[in-house]
Design a protein around this ligand. Structure first.
Ligand code: AMP
Length: 208
């Protein structure tokens, strides 16, 4: 399976990706995770990306495209992959299309998780991550167990201000990507509102 998980920040892409990866043994390519790892490692890419990420802005296309093209060439992507958070701009979609065409690979599916803006801010500002396991929690909707509660952290860009910038980028720069994939007939939209299990059931039904 070769698919893209698409949707606004806080739509549940990370949560659903983790569940799908238990079923489908494909490579998980989250550009957000890759960029956060680069920031943590203080690599040249991380240093270049950090400011944009903190402000909730998009990292320049060239940097992200190079990262993804390099990653797609690795062995574990041969049997399938799940792109999560990429492409986020029309030039990124075209760069991905060119790379896949060159490799003779076709995408099977673009799965869009739809969540209204007013819910996004609530979800993002309450989101916390366990740095040990990578598990994602929400202070109200999915509180962490007591043994984890002391070590959970908030992402630097999960503040309300950065969240609003990220939402504006999503509507302004990312949703214009969809017609490119709709023209290929591979877009499926799923209601992302509700408990994670219910959303997973909808996602699996959409994958078919
Ligand atoms: P995410 O974890 O997908 O919400 O991404 C966190 C941040 O990483 C975004 O707000 C951007 O600053 C940056 N980022 C992740 N993926 C991309 C991308 N495809 N293009 C540009 N910036 C990205």
């Amino acid at each position: 399976m070769r698919m893209i998980l698409f949707g606004p920040p806080g739509a549940g892409k990370g949560t659903q990706a983790a569940r799908l990866l238990e079923r489908f043994k494909v490579a998980h390519l989250s550009t957000g995770d890759m960029l956060r790892a680069a920031v943590k490692a203080q690599s040249a890419l991380g240093t270049a990306a950090e400011g944009y990420m903190k402000r909730g802005e998009l990292v320049p296309d060239q940097l992200v495209c190079d990262l993804v093209v390099e990653r797609l060439a690795q062995d574990d992507c041969r049997l399938g992959f799940m792109l999560d958070g990429f492409p986020r701009t029309v030039p990124q979609a075209h760069a991905l299309g060119a790379t896949l065409d060159k490799a003779g690979i076709a995408l099977d599916l673009v799965l869009v998780l739809e969540v209204p803006d007013d819910l996004i801010v609530e979800r993002i500002t309450g989101r916390r991550t366990d740095p040990v396991t990578g598990a994602i929690y929400h202070l109200r909707f999915n509180p962490p167990p007591a043994e984890v509660a002391d070590r959970i952290v908030q992402r630097a860009d999960d503040t309300e201000e950065a969240c609003r910038t990220r939402l504006a980028k999503y509507h302004g720069e990312t949703t214009p990507v969809l017609p490119y994939f709709e023209a290929k007939g591979i877009v499926r939209k799923v209601d992302g509102v509700g408990p994670p299990d219910e959303v997973t059931a909808r996602v699996l039904a959409a994958i078919g």
